[in-house]
Design a protein around this ligand. Structure first.
Ligand SMILES: C[S@@+](CC[C@H](N)C(=O)[O-])C[C@H]1O[C@@H](n2cnc3c(N)ncnc32)[C@H](O)[C@@H]1O
Length: 307
């Protein structure tokens, strides 16, 4: 299949809104090129200067990219959505459309995705690689396809670390916005008893089901399509994982507060640092104590305990 690359040149404040638009239109994921974030990485040991062009580091704008099948007509709808973002934020959003030729994009990214460890016990392994687990390691097989959830993004890593630290075995969990299913699979492999993995995106639901099956966890993880904000009421759960966006997390907190028992955790991620004070206030207002906060460049993840 041939793909088209849609690049939106904008400012940092619009990144979440533009990413949300691409998600809503069915992109399944976005690429964010943010020179400000790259400049903050520049002094870190792990920064590889060859991974970005020198002129990229000088810019102040951000580029948000998404990929759609060549025959999918999205430009008019995209322009309408971006007009609203421009009006709300008083910032310009320019669209550039490129052909993705020569390579099958769906396959080419796999070159850069390899087995890696998160936390003390979890090993994330692309389904096409071989790996022999050492001692207490728990291996998660993942083929994220077009769904969010490779484990590389800081927001997913925060939640994986929380799963590694807090899941002791026997818990009932909701994975809100499951994407590839990576968090549910990690929790199930560490002993959770039942997990409802829900996503609003049908592509993510299909891919999560495939990954659950790949890991032999069909009996423990139930994958369903739906809006978790509407579907949460009345469920009996011990903990909730929510790596979504600050906006959705803020809507979810009042619903989670109704179903989580005292001592139950809401692990929230996908929060850009500028939105963290708002999420923190919402958690406190709805009776949560902040147990642990993880940060990486401009992302925040939090383990919040119901009082
Ligand atoms: C950032 S991805 C996280 C995927 C995966 N859980 C991870 O940690 O990598 C967020 C996911 O939430 C889904 N989502 C957004 N709003 C939602 C809602 N209201 N209910 C259910 N899923 C939602 C998106 O479709 C997307 O797959």
């Amino acid at each position: 299949m041939k793909w088209k690359e849609y690049s939106i040149l904008t400012e940092g404040i619009c990144v979440e809104a533009v990413s949300g638009i691409f998600h809503k239109m069915g992109s399944g994921g976005v690429v964010i090129e943010d020179p400000q974030a790259a400049r903050r990485y520049e002094n870190l040991e792990k920064f590889n200067p060859d991974s970005v062009s020198p002129d990229f580091m000088e810019h102040d704008f951000v580029v948000v990219k998404a990929y759609f099948p060549e025959d999918k007509k999205i430009q008019d709808e995209l322009e309408q959505f971006l007009k609203k973002v421009e009006d709300n934020f008083k910032v310009k959003c320019k669209i550039f459309i490129g052909e993705v030729r020569d390579e099958d994009w769906e396959e080419s990214w796999k070159k850069y995705y390899h087995t890696f460890k998160v936390g003390h016990r979890l090993v994330i392994k692309p389904s096409w690689e071989e790996y022999s687990a050492q001692d207490s390691e728990v291996v998660i097989d993942i083929d994220p396809g077009m769904a969010f959830g490779t484990g590389i993004h800081a927001s997913t890593r925060f939640c994986l670390k929380f799963v590694d630290e807090y899941i002791k075995g026997g818990e009932t969990i909701v994975d809100a916005g499951c994407g590839s299913g990576i968090l549910s699979i990690a929790a199930a492999k560490l002993g959770a008893r039942h997990i409802l993995a829900m996503d609003i995106d049908e592509v993510a639901v299909r891919i999560a089901k495939e990954n659950v099956h790949l890991n032999g966890l069909d009996g423990i993880i139930e994958v369903a399509a739906g809006d978790i904000i509407e579907e949460l009421a009345g469920r009996e759960i011990d903990h909730m994982l929510a790596n979504i966006t600050a906006e959705v997390v803020n809507h979810l907190i009042p619903e989670a507060a109704k179903v989580l028992p005292p001592g139950g955790y809401m692990f929230c991620s996908g929060i850009v640092d500028s939105r963290w004070p708002g999420v923190q206030k919402q958690l406190t207002d709805y009776g949560f104590a902040i147990d642990k906060v993880l940060t990486d460049v401009d992302w925040v993840g939090v383990a919040a305990r119901k009082l």
